[in-house]
Design a protein around this ligand. Structure first.
Ligand code: IPM
Ligand code: MG
Length: 368
């Protein structure tokens, strides 16, 4: 029996986007193909347009064709969107609208951002090594509601100057379902859930806290703690190893995960999974992307760190395809490449040799 007969065939939509998105996504694909060869699966890849490149070619950041591709695929591998070319504050369409609309239209309300610190690159972080030992957390960011999406949201002119409004509104159903994702994940880990809010000031924060207490009755095996978002920002650096699962509102989660990336040594290291729910049967609709942006200053130079994208491919295998061994194989390959001393510029220490995006991608794929 050859590999093809043993393995399974999956369809994957690849949306590279802008800036370094295409550079790093190509390396994630290279690791997926290596998994295909080693484990006998085949991946049918279809590439689609999103973000600034889609605005340039089709006048919209999320073309209907792209949505249709995403709806009929096993999983989506996403790069990054945005860039100075499309940054005019007066612009009517923005690349970022592409990813936001995609998250919303696919119902990807749960954004999982695992934060690991690979021992080999601990010294790349400005945080002291002794604080980094044992850091292993997962931030669960609410992704389709809160300050990003609620209406009204607009800017307008009045006789007394310009005004702008964004709205922070949540229904109890939206908060409850993201809390449950947090509790479920905590159950499979160290059984601590840290719920982030701003209950001392915001009504939505008080609702969030009230619901966290209510939902916790179904999870008496999980220790629930509440933390104000400003304090969370501080504790993330003071005592990062304390955290197991952290659950937060959309914008709070966005901000805290850029901060958490500092623990891992670079923005280029962290992956994410955006899911329509927890994979009860080992499969869920999911979009996988590194948490970093398009890094326009280094786009196309072949020097970006592809690890966040490659680890996102591992999450894709785990959460959307139910291929745990294959996901572990990629994660071990990343760890191995780092342990062997391979470094992109962002994680290299003084005097350390530096490899480019493609070489790092090839080394990792070669170890799968
Ligand atoms: C992220 C990014 C996006 C967000 C941007 C590009 C819209 O910062 O995925 O964290 O704010 O969600
Ligand atoms: Mg962000």
């Amino acid at each position: 029996m050859d590999n093809k007969e043993r393995g399974l065939n999956y369809s994957i939509t690849v949306l590279p986007g802008d800036g370094i998105g295409p550079d790093v996504t190509a390396e994630a694909v290279r690791s997926l193909e290596a998994v295909g060869r080693s484990f006998g699966h085949s991946f049918d890849l279809s590439h689609g347009l999103v973000g600034g490149i889609a605005i340039d070619q089709l006048g919209t950041p999320l073309p209907q064709e792209t949505v249709a591709m995403c709806e009929s695929t096993d999983a989506i591998l996403f790069g990054a969107v945005g860039g100075p070319k499309w940054d005019d504050p007066g612009a009517t369409v923005r690349p970022e609208d592409g990813i936001l609309a995609l998250r919303k239209s696919l119902g990807l309300f749960a954004n999982l951002r695992p934060v690991r610190v690979f021992p080999a690159v601990m010294d790349s972080s400005p945080v002291k090594r002794q604080l980094l030992e044992g850091v292993d957390m997962i931030v669960v960011r609410e992704l389709t509601g809160g300050l990003y999406f609620a209406r009204p949201k607009r800017r307008w002119q009045t006789s007394r100057g310009r005004r702008g409004v964004d709205t922070l509104r949540y229904t109890e159903q939206e908060i409850e379902r993201i809390l449950r994702v947090g509790f479920e994940l905590a159950r499979g880990r160290r059984r601590r859930l840290t719920s982030v809010d701003k209950a001392n000031v915001l009504e939505t924060g008080r609702l969030w806290r009230e619901l966290a207490v209510e939902v916790s009755r179904d999870y008496s095996d999980v220790e629930l703690e509440h933390i104000l978002v400003d304090n969370a920002a501080m504790q993330l650096i003071r005592n990062p190893a304390h955290f197991d699962v952290v659950v937060a509102e959309n914008m709070f989660g966005d901000i805290l995960t850029d901060e958490a990336a500092v623990l891992s040594g670079s923005m280029g290291m962290l992956p994410s999974a955006s899911l329509s729910g927890l994979p009860e049967t080992g499969r869920a609709i999911g979009l996988y992307e590194p948490i970093h942006g398009t890094a326009p200053d280094i786009a196309g130079k072949g020097i970006a760190n592809p690890i966040g994208a490659i680890l996102s491919a591992a999450l894709l295998l785990r959460y959307s395809l139910g291929l745990e061994d294959e996901a572990n194989a990629i994660e071990r390959s990343v760890e191995g490449a780092l342990a062997e001393g391979y470094r992109t510029g962002d994680i290299a220490g003084q005097g350390e040799d530096v490899v480019g995006t493609a070489e790092m991608g090839a080394v990792i794929a070669g170890r799968v």
